[in-house]
Design a protein around this ligand. Structure first.
Ligand SMILES: NC(=O)c1ccc[n+]([C@@H]2O[C@H](COP(=O)([O-])OP(=O)(O)OC[C@H]3O[C@@H](n4cnc5c(N)ncnc54)[C@H](OP(=O)(O)O)[C@@H]3O)[C@@H](O)[C@H]2O)c1
Length: 247
């Protein structure tokens, strides 16, 4: 079950960043790609560019989500819609931001799988790619976002058990810092946003993450790429050693 054996793809969070890069790449490989997000203009432009099929939808709208997904028979689901509202200290976060992040990153991500997996299992063909984060694996200054992505991490690994014995594969992608609109959405205060965005490091690109997704999809069916962690070379947990290599 390499990429050429699949025909239909659902990408959530397709209107920008990583999701849009995946749509471009999989459309170029000749798959029918269903692109889902809330911003219609962005999706329209992507459809014009790539030929993808668009679904203007808030993934937290459970009834609409199930209605759309049940009509698709997707072989591949890239479960990517997500955000980081309430990024930073939990004790300062608004309740609305906490709920938005958990509802989008966890509850809706599970609903996407609940709607997609029965068809994949009954056809004995499928590949789920869950977009997690290094924040789900390592302690970072984002307890709410980290908790949501840790949930996606555990969800992904437990689903491997649930799908064992079938030809449904589960892949979890854990990116470090990627240059997308993520922090424009996450942080309202312009000074805080600039401080968090201006790291001075060479961040990953959406295309770097897309390449990892396509690698996992394109392996033969006997291979389940369970987890890929990608970080910028200049992003290190535990502190970078800045001493010269020969010092
Ligand atoms: N950027 C990073 O450093 C980084 C690192 C690790 C993991 N990630 C993860 O990667 C994924 C993609 O993020 P990105 O970096 O590409 O950021 P992005 O450019 O902000 O993209 C986020 C996407 O999610 C969609 N989305 C958000 N809430 C939604 C909702 N309620 N319903 C439907 N779609 C929704 C957005 O579309 P609309 O606004 O049009 O709905 C957008 O297409 C996220 O899960 C994020 O947590 C990002």
């Amino acid at each position: 079950m390499a990429l050429d054996d699949y025909t239909c793809v659902l990408v959530t969070g397709a209107s920008s960043g990583i999701g849009a890069a995946v749509v471009r790449s999989l459309c170029a490989r000749g798959l029918t790609v269903h692109a889902m997000a809330r911003r219609q203009q962005r999706l329209d432009a992507l459809a014009e560019e790539t030929g993808c099929v668009t679904h203007v939808l808030d993934v937290r709208d459970t009834a609409q989500l199930f209605q759309v997904i049940s009509g698709l028979d997707a072989d591949i689901v890239v479960n990517n819609a997500g955000l980081g509202r309430g990024f930073g200290n939990l004790h300062e976060a608004t309740l609305e931001d906490i709920d938005t992040t958990i509802d989008t990153n966890v509850r809706a991500a599970i609903h996407v799988l609940r709607a997609s997996l029965p068809g994949m299992l009954s056809r004995n063909c499928g590949h789920v790619v869950n977009m997690s984060s290094v924040a789900g694996l390592h302690p970072l200054t984002s307890p709410i976002y980290g908790a949501s992505k840790a949930a996606v991490h555990r969800l992904s690994q437990n689903l491997r058990l649930e799908c064992a014995g079938s030809r449904v594969r589960i892949t979890e992608i854990c990116p470090g810092r990627v240059s997308t609109e993520f922090f424009d959405v996450a942080v309202d205060d312009p000074d805080k946003r600039a401080a968090i965005k201006n790291t001075g490091i060479n961040e990953l690109t959406a295309e770097d993450i897309c390449d990892a997704v396509v690698y996992a999809l394109d392996t033969p069916w006997r291979v389940n790429v369970s987890l890929i962690e990608l970080q910028p070379t200049e992003q290190v947990f535990g502190g970078a050693n800045l001493a010269p290599a020969d010092g």
